[in-house]
Design a protein around this ligand. Structure first.
Ligand SMILES: Cc1ncc(COP(=O)(O)O)c(C=O)c1O
Length: 404
């Protein structure tokens, strides 16, 4: 029987596709440092788990489609700490940030319409675009300038009569870039010029380093009706398996439409929402400790890798990822495979994500990999050494094999 075009077009996760090679390496007795996936190793707050254990109602019934009122209120209190005033009616709880993205795509664009996204970008946007039948229009950001927002001319050139929105992710997965206030203002002007929605994926909001504060699209005064923010507790409270996120907008029409999508999937998970309420009651000190730990990890990885003069890398300012551009690597898929099949130092190797899957433009990012620094410092030091040794060997072998 014939499947839909969508069924064949939807992309396989580029992050998970190296798993069979990693399994084979393990079978040969090689240990692997996983630098390929954004699963934080920080403990979920015990308060979160205790709140779930304290549930006593004999029936786990459906909750409201827009989420538990106490969670929506807890989120408003949390945003108030960042001087962002929100009303609970402007917050709808979703099944993870993932569903928030899907809902946002569905309400801003019709079939075949376009959403501009700077590349490299979080690869699952492709999947949501496929599900919502909208097109991702990539605009290129570059390693050399730390993957900051492309120039206005580049943004303008991407606009077509079908453009409906621009999506930005800051702090960014996969680059770690945090957009400045000036960049957000530039985006606001762009959105007004072309009558676009601005979708902000801000799921890494707390993860900013070097004393920098994350600025939200919700802080922009002149585009209040255009902004839709995607939020999540997955990274905030190291609760990826909870599946609790939110979509936030001050545009009433947008929220009313999103609620209808929410009704169609009934409700987000009740127990995990109760856990989230307890986690939101934790003070700012919870984030300070986590932030310090990730900043240390970022520094370890960055300082080690930039010792190689063939690596292009600007110090990332947020999230827990970096895109590493490497001279001597022409096909990072092959390089990532080689690290698993042919390279090991003292029976240890690393798993990295080839960056091609984070680009919408075919062939882009072939000399880059994404590294997630979600391991403890001693392990990261080891992983960085293995990568540098591998890179040196790979270059030497390729160079030796090249015709004179
Ligand atoms: C940029 C970005 N947005 C959204 C998500 C999805 O998060 P959730 O677990 O809340 O669905 C992720 C997960 O890694 C992400 O990196």
């Amino acid at each position: 029987m014939r499947l839909s075009q969508r069924a064949t077009a939807i992309q396989e996760s580029p992050i998970r596709k190296l798993a069979p090679l990693a399994a084979a390496a393990r079978e040969r007795g090689v240990s692997i440092y996983n630098l390929n996936i954004g699963q934080p190793d920080v403990h979920t707050p015990p308060e979160f788990l205790k709140a779930i254990a304290a549930y006593t109602d004999p029936v786990l019934r459906y909750g409201p489609s827009d989420g538990l009122p106490e969670l929506r209120e807890a989120m408003c209190d949390y945003f108030a700490r960042y001087d962002i005033a929100l009303d609970p009616t402007e917050v709808l709880i979703t099944n993870g940030g993932s569903e928030a993205i899907l809902f946002a795509f569905n309400v801003v664009a019709d079939d075949g319409e376009e959403i501009i996204i700077p590349e490299p970008f979080y690869t699952n946007y492709n999947g949501y675009a496929e599900m919502a039948n909208v097109r991702v229009k990539p605009v290129r950001a570059h390693a050399e300038d730390g993957f900051h927002l492309p120039a206005d001319e580049v943004l303008e050139a991407a606009v077509t009569p079908r453009t409906r929105a621009m999506l930005i992710c800051s702090p960014n997965n996969p680059t770690g870039t945090v957009l400045s206030w000036e960049e957000l203002e530039r985006l606001a002007a762009f959105a007004r010029r072309h009558d676009l929605f601005l979708i902000g994926d801000e799921v890494y909001k707390e993860f900013t380093y070097d004393g920098r504060r994350h600025r939200s699209l919700l802080e922009l005064p002149d585009v209040r009706d255009r902004v839709i923010v995607v939020d999540s507790i997955s990274k905030r409270f190291s609760a990826c398996g909870a599946r609790v996120g939110a979509v936030i907008s001050r545009n009433r029409e947008v929220m009313a439409s999103i609620l209808k999508f929410g009704q169609a999937r009934l409700c987000p998970p009740t127990l995990e929402q109760l856990g989230a309420v307890a986690a939101y009651r934790l003070g700012e000190s919870y984030f300070e400790a986590v932030r310090e730990e990730y900043q240390r990890r970022r520094d370890v990885m960055f300082d080690a890798l930039t010792r190689d003069p063939g690596i292009v890398l600007r110090r990332p300012r947020g999230a827990f990822y970096m895109i590493v551009k490497m001279a001597g690597v022409e096909d990072s898929d092959a390089f990532a495979e080689w690290l698993l099949t042919d390279h090991a130092v003292d029976a240890e190797t690393i798993l990295v994500a080839p960056a091609g899957g984070f680009y919408g433009t075919p062939g882009a990012g072939r000399d880059e990999v994404r590294i997630a620094y979600v391991l403890e410092v001693p392990k990261l030091e080891r992983a960085a050494a293995i990568l540098l040794a591998g890179l040196a060997r790979y270059r030497a072998e390729r160079h030796a094999a090249a015709p004179a």
